[in-house]
Design a protein around this ligand. Sequence first.
Ligand code: SF4
Length: 92
Amino acid sequence: MLNDSFMDFAKCRITDSSNIDFFSDHYTGSYNAVKFCQDCSVKEECLQYAIQNEIYHGIWGGVSQNSRKKMIRQYLKSNRSLNQTKHQRLCS
Ligand code: SF4
């Protein structure tokens, strides 16, 4: 699991993001949040944090909820098979 030290460099923390709704239920709000994130220097860390912590709600790393759901599913699936491999190695 990633730590949250990247947040010290987050654009949404170090610049004014008061007009951005990262948890909007509306297309325009989400679009604006995605756009805002595009030049954040820790965008990738933010996305990985949300995936690895299974955060489904809101815009993280400039990625919408729906897109991230697929990424989280994929992450959990690959993590499961990695753990199975480790377990098989330990037990053989
Ligand atoms: S990618 Fe977006 S939500 Fe994530 S830290 Fe950067 S500005 Fe904030």
